[in-house]
Design a protein. Structure first.
Length: 260
């Protein structure tokens, strides 16, 4: 059992997200899973160009649930949409998730390009793009990710390493060894606290956790207030059958405990 303390305001953010979600009729329509015929799919594809970023995000999510291959090219174009709605809905993220559900190989190269792009993107976009490639369960997808790994940003490298770890492809361990050939991962796992503030070391910290990690290391990652390391700590804990207890602290001093 690992403990994770979170100090980010919780209820106000959730309230705003839920308010906009339930007040948006398009969102409710899209979530009903009643969109079956050609006309409805075309309407959703058209909605990817809507002025409202919430509508665009919900359209991308709905197209992923329908898994209609006509949406592949429009969703690839939507990967470039980095708009944020209520601080949460990112159309590019939803497009990546949708492409991962559809599993059409036309999306392989665009997803890899998005993953290694130098454009300013948030961690969630990199992670969901890598996960979409992992969900393809395609040998070429893994090859493309491994080939692009050295040229990615820190976000892209961390997201790729975590995704490759979770899909457990046999070739991955050897490839990751080559990536970290000059780095002593075992030593990092013993002295990891020395590198926690070094962003360039994060891919290697994650590799060290996944290969040589231990409970205290995962706990410190979970409480590092670094989203990349937190994600790694959560994946490690769950892969070792551990339960994560989260303490949510509010400005009022109230603490909420919940399990993940």
């Amino acid at each position: 059992m690992l403990y994770h303390t979170c100090t980010t305001p919780f209820f106000p953010t959730v309230f705003i997200i839920l308010l906009f979600f339930f007040m948006n009729p398009f969102s409710i329509y899209a979530k009903q899973n009643r969109i079956k015929d050609r006309q409805d799919v075309e309407q959703l594809i058209a909605a990817l160009q809507d002025m409202n970023p919430s509508v665009r995000a919900e359209a991308a999510a709905a197209l992923g649930n329908i898994k209609d291959t006509r949406a592949v090219e429009p969703l690839i174009a939507a990967l470039e949409d980095a708009s944020i709605f209520a601080g949460y809905e990112n159309t590019g993220v939803k497009a990546a998730q949708a492409l991962g559900k559809i599993k059409d190989t036309r999306a392989l190269n665009p997803l890899v390009e998005a993953l290694k792009s130098d454009l300013p993107r948030n961690w969630e976009f990199r992670l969901e793009t890598a996960r979409a490639l992992g969900k393809m369960k395609n040998t070429r997808a893994v090859d493309l990710m491994l080939a692009a790994l050295p040229n990615m940003s820190v976000d892209g490298q961390c997201a790729t390493i975590l995704t490759l770890y979770t899909i457990k492809d046999k070739r991955i361990e050897h490839a990751l060894k080559r990536f970290s050939k000059e780095v002593e991962l075992k030593k990092i796992s013993k002295e990891y606290w020395l590198y926690l503030r070094d962003e360039s070391a994060e891919p290697f910290l994650i590799l060290a956790l996944l290969k040589y990690g231990h409970k205290n290391m995962a706990k410190d990652f979970l409480n590092s207030q670094n989203t990349r390391l937190e994600e790694a700590g959560e994946i490690w804990a769950k892969s070792h059958g551990m339960e994560i207890i989260i303490f949510q602290t509010f400005p009022s001093g109230t603490t909420l405990q919940y399990r993940r």
